[in-house]
Write a protein that binds this ligand. Structure first.
Ligand SMILES: [Zn+2]
Length: 783
């Protein structure tokens, strides 16, 4: 390409405009400022909601604890104060879907009903009030509970909505989603289904993202798009989330098939997730404002709509994504036409480039082959950067994202720019800028097709930038020669589509998968850079072969070294920025008492063998953890309540009694033995586990609830959270006449007092995990 000073300036100007557009795109995703406690009564106020957060997040309130009962009373009294009809559902919930472990819990859900004036169906606004055993749950799910309490207040003070609105504050979500399961399987209010709106938090900050929907979501997404003041949602998130091992209460509603609905959470600041640092003081009240304002608008929107047809999946899945503060959406059946159009448009660009610029198909094909390199290299480089950071700061090994990731994220973006600009500088002379641009857009089009086939909700991410980039490229090439300076305009318009789609994606992917999986954000950043290559070209000097001037200047000096430096300059600048960002990140993000390095430790005692072990899920334990664990090992076979141990070490035997298993009745008829027993912990515990070792269980009732057939059989086991204080009643029918061996264990929280335990030093904290600080005591009984 030949640059004149004017075309170069136009190109650089266009790049600057696109950079500004990228900032604006990201800016529009950021949470609003918190509304003060004095905000009008019909509006959502983070100032008011935060008072609930402070109350709920003042203590650890794991399911079954007195602190959880205290939170429950507070929720019920608050709802009653707003004039809602309330009740406590006292039930036993189960989770048959969590791998091979069948889990149950004794739960107490708080339910508040705001009756509608002419109900067309029920709207369920859901959040869980329990916390993880080591966490204050200020955000998770103090945010959801407080948002819904403030929502209930605003709705109760305004005109009565059309539909029945049911506020469900579930118990034991962290344990096994058992509160939600008990509600959907046993509460009469849930029998006819309805629309479910679930509110969660997996961090302390960032935009509240609507990340999960029921299937065939056109109708519910439509209400979201028109109702919420701060829409942040993408159909791609639904696809990504389905591939992650995470679950929320929403899963239990979805699995019944009776409910449709939406699931929202804010997810940045993930180091607090499930850890003792998840305190009210760590909450970004802007995130609470966005979460709650959207919750109120959504609940109101559904409460006032005709939802008679909405509680069943109807229509189709939509494609949707945020663009400059609004939600763009179109029906899923357009995914394939757009993907096909993108392929055709890139093909047309190749034809036009051949006619206008003599770019042979061979060269364009070469560009296509070579454009894969920056996509792959960007992702690889982002992962290598994380490995380097972990090597420098070992505490990162047990985190998915650092405490203050901002500079590192900027570093990843600069690293991607370095990769793309280096690749471009090395190849542009040999193949020409257009061949590389066509090849790059070709890959975006191919990705659009691959997404359409495997994750249709994400196809827009690649297909639309490819389509817009190719159309912009065709328009630029079609410009008459005298209008060269205007070539940047269609290129900028085409690039703008890539920017408004991909810049928010990069921004949302960083917290979604963390810097530990920075490859995802890096890949989307690389796609964005590749989509604007024809404008990137204006950063470079005109290649020698394209120049009409003689290679040697008249004074005899050789301009080649100078040009080589100018060719390398963009990549060098990006590389220098990468280093500057990463070094700043390392200086800014240091571990301290408030933001500690996570360390996970458990203690397991087998009363049968009289042996005890320290156990950690950390595969790269830090120096404090290494005082206890000495080598790689997995205790899952001996202590199944510890699901993913990685390191173990010998421990002193603590004076802790194993749970008792006492037979209360025992009858045999034929080959069937019916055995009733009570498993009674002899210390204060959070969970009880029972396993039948050598007989087939054909029927089982635990704490009054009979188990589904999927839970029965040869390797029967049940993990019970929040067991009754008087012991867990179990009735088993087994295919055996002789003695039956059962292994029982219980689990409590807190390692203080265990012999050999030394507290963490300053700067080392408790890792956010459902098993952190767990103390397990096991015994086997012959019954
Ligand atoms: Zn949660």
């Amino acid at each position: 390409m030949i640059h004149t000073p004017r075309t170069r300036l136009a190109g650089i100007l266009a790049l600057a405009v696109l950079a500004a557009l990228a900032f604006v795109s990201i800016w529009t995703l950021l949470p609003p400022g918190p509304a003060p406690a004095s905000a009008p009564a019909d509006q959502f106020s983070a100032g008011r909601a935060f008072q609930h957060v402070q109350r709920i997040g003042s203590t650890v309130h794991v399911a079954g604890s007195p602190a959880a009962a205290n939170v429950r009373d507070y929720i019920q009294q608050t709802l009653q104060g707003y004039g809602l009809q309330t009740q406590i559902q006292d039930a036993v919930g189960e989770d048959a879907n969590d791998g091979d472990q069948f889990a149950m819990a004794h739960v107490h859900n708080v339910i508040g009903v705001l009756p509608g004036s002419a109900s067309t169906g029920r709207v369920f606004a859901v959040a869980h009030y329990d916390s993880v055993q080591v966490s204050y749950g200020g955000n998770d799910d103090g945010a959801g509970v407080s948002s819904l309490l403030e929502t209930a207040r605003a709705m109760a003070t305004g005109p009565r909505p059309r539909n029945d609105t049911v506020f469900v504050f579930t118990d034991a979500e962290e344990a096994c989603l058992c509160g939600a399961e008990a509600f959907v399987s046993q509460d009469p209010l849930a029998a006819d289904g309805g629309v479910v709106l679930n509110f969660e938090s997996r961090g302390s900050s960032g935009p509240a993202i609507m990340f999960e929907t029921s299937s065939n979501n056109a109708n519910v997404v439509g209400v979201y798009a028109s109702a919420v003041p701060y829409p942040v949602a993408t159909s791609f998130a639904v696809e990504v989330y389905r591939r992650l091992p995470n679950d929320t209460d929403f899963t239990m509603y979805r699995l019944t098939g009776r409910f449709t609905g939406l699931n929202s959470a804010y997810i940045d600041g993930s180091p607090v997730y499930h850890s003792p640092e998840d305190r009210p003081s760590e909450m970004d009240r802007g995130s609470l404002q966005q979460d709650g304002a959207n919750a109120l608008a959504l609940t109101r929107g559904f409460a006032n709509a005709d939802i008679s047809t909405m509680s069943r999946p109807t229509g189709h899945d939509e494609t949707y994504f945020p663009v400059l503060g609004t939600l763009i959406r179109y029906p899923g059946w357009l995914v394939w036409p757009f993907a096909a159009l993108a392929v055709l448009a890139v093909g047309a660009l190749a034809v036009v480039a051949r006619r206008r610029r003599g770019v042979s198909y061979r060269r364009a094909a070469g560009g296509f082959g070579l454009a894969l390199i920056p996509l792959v290299l960007s992702a690889v480089a982002a992962q290598l950067l994380w490995l380097v950071l972990v090597a420098i700061r070992s505490g990162y090994a047990n985190m998915i994202d650092p405490w203050r990731p901002g500079f590192y994220r900027a570093g990843v973006v600069a690293l991607v720019a370095t990769v793309v600009l280096t690749w471009y500088a090395l190849l542009r002379r040999r193949l020409g800028g257009w061949a590389l641009a066509i090849g790059a857009l070709g890959w975006l089009a191919v990705l659009g097709v691959l997404f359409a086939a495997f994750t249709p909700g994400g196809s827009y991410l690649a297909a639309l930038p490819a389509l817009a980039g190719a159309v912009g490229g065709i328009a630029a090439l079609a410009m008459p020669p005298g209008r060269d300076v205007w070539r940047a305009l269609p290129l900028a318009v085409g690039g703008a589509v890539a920017v408004v789609i991909l810049a928010p994606t990069v921004m949302l992917f960083f917290p979604a998968l963390g810097l530990a999986t920075g490859a995802a954000a890096a890949l989307f950043a690389a796609m964005l850079a590749l989509a604007v290559l024809p404008l990137v070209e204006s950063l470079y000097p005109t290649p020698e072969s394209d120049r009409s001037q003689p290679a040697l200047k008249t004074d005899g000096s050789d301009p080649a070294p100078k040009r080589r430096l100018r060719t390398a300059l963009p990549a060098l600048v990006a590389g220098a920025l990468t280093i500057a960002f990463v070094v700043t990140g390392l200086a800014v993000d240091t571990f301290n008492t408030v933001r500690p390095a996570p360390a996970q430790l458990m203690y397991a005692l087998d009363a049968d063998t009289g042996k005890a072990q320290w156990v950690s899920i950390d595969s790269s334990p830090g120096s404090w953890t290494r005082r206890f664990v000495t080598h790689a090992g997995d205790v899952g076979a001996v202590f199944p309540v510890i699901t993913n141990s990685a390191q173990v070490g010998p421990a002193e035997v603590a004076n802790l009694p194993a749970p008792a298993a006492a037979v209360t009745s025992d009858t045999t008829s034929g080959r069937q033995r019916t055995l009733s027993l009570t498993v009674t912990p002899r210390r204060s515990v959070r969970l009880v586990y029972l396993e039948v070792e050598d007989a087939t269980v054909t029927s089982a009732t635990v704490d009054g609830r009979s188990l589904p057939s999927s839970a029965l059989g040869k390797h029967f086991s049940v993990l019970f959270h929040a067991p009754p204080a008087a012991g867990l009643p179990v009735t088993l029918v087994v295919d055996a006449t002789g003695p039956v061996r059962v292994r029982v264990m219980d689990g409590s929280d807190g390692l203080t007092g265990i012999p050999g335990f030394t507290p963490r030093p300053a700067g080392v904290g408790v890792e956010g995990s459902h098993e952190s600080e767990l103390v397990v005591v096991a015994a086997t009984y012959q019954l």
